[in-house]
Design a protein. Structure first.
Length: 131
């Protein structure tokens, strides 16, 4: 508590929030699919993306306006899989879900016991079967 679990180092001038959305696309899958997963960090995005799901790291627990605008163009179904660190994160997940539903999108929130990146592949596959 009170300090970051991971630190991501980026190029100078790299702006994460609201400027663009950096996604992890499985081989052979692009924006042609209608669903995607939203996670907090890039490590979780890589883990879930490697299992066959287009996944986008939010670089935190907030969905920026430009991120939202981009995703609304391509996706109709969203899975939200944040780290569930505390009640604040759960509230943020519900807020993201409400923003997406306002635009007529289908949303599923995954309430997990630990960060997505901390699960084994077979555990994530079982969790994602619902999606």
């Amino acid at each position: 508590e009170g300090h970051p679990k991971y630190k991501t180092v980026t190029k100078p001038g790299f702006i994460r929030k609201n400027e663009f959305l950096d996604g992890v696309y499985p081989l052979g899958v692009c924006e042609s699919t209608n669903s995607c997963m939203l996670v907090e960090d890039y490590i979780s995005a890589i883990r879930i993306g490697s299992l066959g799901y287009p996944t986008f790291p939010l670089w935190g627990s907030n969905l920026g306006d430009r991120q939202l605008a981009y995703m609304l163009q391509y996706y109709s179904k969203f899975g939200i899989m944040l780290d569930n660190d505390n009640q604040q994160i759960k509230k943020m997940q519900r807020g993201i879900a409400e923003r997406l539903r306002t635009h007529g999108k289908e949303v599923q929130i995954f309430y997990l016991d630990k960060d997505p990146k901390e699960y084994k592949d077979f555990e994530l596959i079982e969790i994602l079967k619902e999606f």
